[in-house]
Write a protein that binds this ligand. Structure first.
Ligand SMILES: C[S@@+](CC[C@H](N)C(=O)[O-])C[C@H]1O[C@@H](n2cnc3c(N)ncnc32)[C@H](O)[C@@H]1O
Length: 250
C-alpha cells in the first residue's frame, strides 16, 4: 500500500470551500458582499467587449454581474472567466449560469492561473485574496495573465486597518494572511504593478436589531466593521510595449 499523498495548501482550500458549497454558503455570500461589490463594479468602468477574470468566483453571482456589463455591444462581445479552487463552487456556478454565453468557469488555483498571458483587461477578486497560501505567486500569475494597461480590483474584508474584521479569524479553519493596506500596497508595487491605489469601501446595508451574528462579538461591532468597510486594492499592469524614455524598440 502506498502512503497517502500529503495535502497541499490548495487541496486544503478546495476541501474547505467544497464544504462551504455543500452547506449552501456560496449563494449566501452574495448577501454579504453585494453592496461592496456593486460599488467596486462602478469603479471598474467596465465596457462591452472587455475580457474579465473573476478570481475566486465562488458560486458565480459576481461573475454573472460582470458578464452582463461586458456582454454584447458595439465594441464586441466581452468574455468573463470565473476561476475557483473549489470544484463544487465551480459546479454550482456553472449550473446557475446556463443562460450566459459569455461566461466560462474554470477549476484551478490563483497560484497557477490556467490561462494565456496578456489576456484580461480587468480582474475582480471578492473576498478571496487573503486565503491564497502564496500571495507572491498569485501576483506573478495575475501580472502574467493581465493585458498591458489591464487593471485589477481586489476586495479584502480581513485586514488590520479594520480591527473589527480580526474578530472572525479564530473561526476560520484554513490559514489566512492578515496585512495592512500599506503592506498590501508595498506588495503590489514589488510585483511591478503601477497606479497602485487603495480605498475603503463601506457596506451601507442596514443591520437589523434581531440579526444573529456568530462572527462578531456584538451587533455594534458588526455595524462598526461595515462602516469601516472593506479594503479595495487597485493596480494596473504597465504597458510593457511602450519603451522606457530614451529607448527605441526595433
Ligand atoms: C469567501 S469566498 C468568496 C467567493 C465569492 N468571490 C463571493 O464573494 O461570493 C472565497 C473563495 O475563494 C476561493 N479560493 C480560495 N483560495 C483560492 C485559490 N488559491 N485560488 C482560487 N480560488 C480560491 C474559494 O474556493 C472561495 O470560493
Amino acid at each position: 500500500m502506498s502512503p497517502e499523498k500529503p495535502q497541499s495548501p490548495d487541496d486544503r482550500l478546495q476541501q474547505e470551500f467544497n464544504q462551504w458549497a455543500a452547506a449552501g454558503e456560496g449563494p449566501k455570500m452574495e448577501q454579504h458582499h453585494l453592496d461592496i461589490t456593486e460599488k467596486t463594479l462602478r469603479l471598474m468602468d467596465l465596457r462591452p467587449g472587455e475580457r474579465v477574470l473573476d478570481l475566486g468566483c465562488g458560486s458565480g453571482w459576481a461573475t454573472r454581474m460582470l458578464a452582463r456589463l461586458v456582454g454584447e455591444g458595439p465594441e464586441g462581445f466581452g468574455q468573463v472567466i470565473g476561476l475557483d479552487v473549489a470544484d463544487e463552487m465551480v459546479r454550482q456556478a456553472r449550473a446557475e449560469s446556463r443562460d450566459f454565453e459569455n461566461i466560462m468557469y474554470v477549476h484551478g488555483s490563483a497560484s497557477q492561473i490556467p490561462w494565456e498571458e496578456n489576456f484580461f483587461d480587468k480582474v475582480l477578486s471578492v473576498e478571496s485574496f487573503y486565503y491564497y497560501p502564496d500571495q507572491d505567486r498569485a501576483l506573478n500569475e495575475l501580472f502574467r495573465v493581465m493585458a498591458p494597461r489591464g487593471r485589477m480590483f481586489i476586495l479584502i474584508n480581513l485586514y488590520t486597518d479594520n480591527p473589527y474584521s480580526l474578530q472572525w479569524v479564530p473561526k476560520l479553519k484554513v490559514p489566512v494572511h492578515v496585512r495592512s493596506a500599506a503592506e498590501y500596497v508595498e506588495l503590489l508595487q514589488k510585483h511591478a504593478f503601477d497606479q497602485v491605489e487603495w480605498r475603503q469601501i463601506p457596506d451601507d446595508t442596514p443591520t437589523p436589531d434581531n440579526y444573529k451574528t456568530t462572527s462578531f462579538h456584538s451587533l455594534d461591532d458588526l455595524r462598526a466593521f461595515k462602516k469601516t468597510g472593506a479594503l479595495l486594492l487597485m493596480a494596473s499592469k504597465p504597458d510593457v510595449r511602450v519603451p522606457a524614455p530614451g529607448f527605441t524598440v526595433y
